[in-house]
Design a protein around this ligand. Sequence first.
Ligand SMILES: Nc1ncnc2c1ncn2[C@@H]1O[C@H](COP(=O)(O)OP(=O)(O)OP(=O)(O)O)[C@@H](O)[C@H]1O
Length: 261
Amino acid sequence: MDRPGPPAPIECTGLSRLFDGSILAVDGIDITFAAGRTTALLGPSGCGKSTLLRLIAGLEEPTAGQVRIAGEPPAALCRQGGLSIAFQDPCLLPWLTVAKNVALGRKLARQAPDPQGVDQIINLVGLGGFQNARPASLSGGMRQRAAIARALITRPRVLLLDEPFGALDALTRRQLAQDLPPLWQDQAATTLLVTHSVDEAVMLAHRIVILSPRPARVVADIAVPLPQPRNPESPAFRRIVGEILAQLARGGEMAQSLAAQ
Ligand SMILES: Nc1ncnc2c1ncn2[C@@H]1O[C@H](COP(=O)(O)OP(=O)(O)OP(=O)(O)O)[C@@H](O)[C@H]1O
């Protein structure tokens, strides 16, 4: 499979987004995401995580500040098929087979067809034998595997994942969280993962960024120095989970005191 380029660093400078003149979702975020690393974004519901991801994807325009990916606006990378995004809803086209849905990723990115690559990635995400199945005949977990395959088929330089396992039951969620990350880590795309699960974040990410209640500001930036594969029962893992839960609680208190000033 060809690749649009090496993993790309992401730089957000003074990034803000105001909706409808009064709803400040993201407030002056300055942050850099190093090329090829996986960062989990955690924060309370409605704090602005998806808005931050959409700003980085170029799906929202900032009210102030800017996003640069490998030094260019996000649209430049999108045009080259270098950025993939996957949402909680797998968004598969119901009339297309799994193989055609995955191949669509390349077509939308204006990349040459690669039937062998499609077959390979479908096998890698654990859907071997389902190439010709349609989405309606798949389970929720299988559809999400297909959506991740479609995101990876372009070999993106940046991979943005917005709660990709959010709508799944706990067991399927844990299984996918074990099976899929080696794939995207193997590709070494710069990956941002929005999740509500602290365990999932510690399982998958090199780094965890905690955002305040809306408007989103960075309240903590935590490295996860554990080797992969990680054991969620290990004392070191539980220690980091505990630290993050404390930071999330502290983030809420900090926002309350700022609002009261
Ligand atoms: N297009 C929009 N128009 C108006 N308000 C919006 C729009 N998109 C998001 N918002 C508001 O911005 C705030 C942040 O929303 P966002 O979806 O980014 O939060 P989130 O942290 O991803 O939430 P959740 O964890 O519940 O998915 C919310 O108050 C939301 O209502």
